[in-house]
Design a protein around this ligand. Structure first.
Ligand code: URA
Ligand code: SF4
Length: 212
């Protein structure tokens, strides 16, 4: 099948997956990106947090969640009382998608084709990490993890059983869907933003409790 599958080494641990992803040509996004951005965190971590795709800062650094959204997420993980060593952080899509506006690179949402092409990496991470709970941050992550489109407002904050996915066999653990931290950065009203942060913290706590 098309996509990343032919580059994914079967049964490999995370450090081997990371090396192999360097050569991935499963979709065209590798072409314009600086580098692939794979994951951080411990193999065996009980919580797998899945974001959308690397942003500008992550593309340059080669590390996920090192920019503003990442700082917000780290604050929410801390506020939820979750130790950093309990978290494995990755993205649905491993290369940055953007368009140019003058000299600036403007983030573009990955298309469903990119999400589908990149999913074999996520499946390999499921196998290697063996999370107790998967947290999908935002609609793109939810689309990748569950294999179908869901409304965040309808599913967020609940522990969804693996058979919520369109192909349950590819889902090793229950899923908690929540908002993407970038969405919080776009809220201008301070009180509204604080409330949205608390809701994110609540959802992370729900996930951590379910992970045991
Ligand atoms: N947003 C994401 O979804 N992932 C990152 O790695 C950074 C920002
Ligand atoms: Fe491969 Fe994913 Fe990068 Fe596309 S975005 S080239 S599928 S690693």
């Amino acid at each position: 099948r098309p996509g990343a599958a032919e580059w994914v080494p079967e049964g490999a641990p995370v450090d081997e997956l990371r090396v192999a992803a360097h050569d991935c040509r499963g979709c065209e996004l590798w072409r314009d990106a600086t580098q692939e951005v794979f994951s951080t965190g411990r193999q065996g971590a009980p919580l797998m947090l899945v974001g959308e795709q690397p942003g500008d800062r992550e593309d340059l650094a080669g590390e996920p969640f090192v920019g503003p959204a990442g700082r917000l997420l780290a604050g929410a993980v801390d506020a939820a009382g979750i130790g950093r060593d309990r978290v494995y952080l990755t993205n649905a899509v491993k290369h940055f998608r953007f368009r140019m506006r003058g000299k600036r690179r403007i983030h573009e949402k990955p298309a469903v084709a990119h999400i589908v092409a990149c999913r074999p990496w996520l499946e390999a991470e499921f196998d290697a990490v063996g999370p107790a709970v998967i947290v999908a941050l935002g609609a793109t992550a939810a689309r990748s993890v569950l294999g179908r489109t869901v409304r965040i407002g309808e599913v967020r904050g609940r522990v969804l059983p693996p058979d919520t996915a369109d192909r349950p066999s590819t889902l090793p653990a229950p899923v908690v869907v929540t908002t993407h931290p970038s969405a919080l950065l776009r809220i201008e009203d301070a009180a509204e933003r604080a409330a949205a942060f608390e809701a994110l913290v609540d959802d992370l706590r729900t996930a951590a409790d379910a992970a045991g």
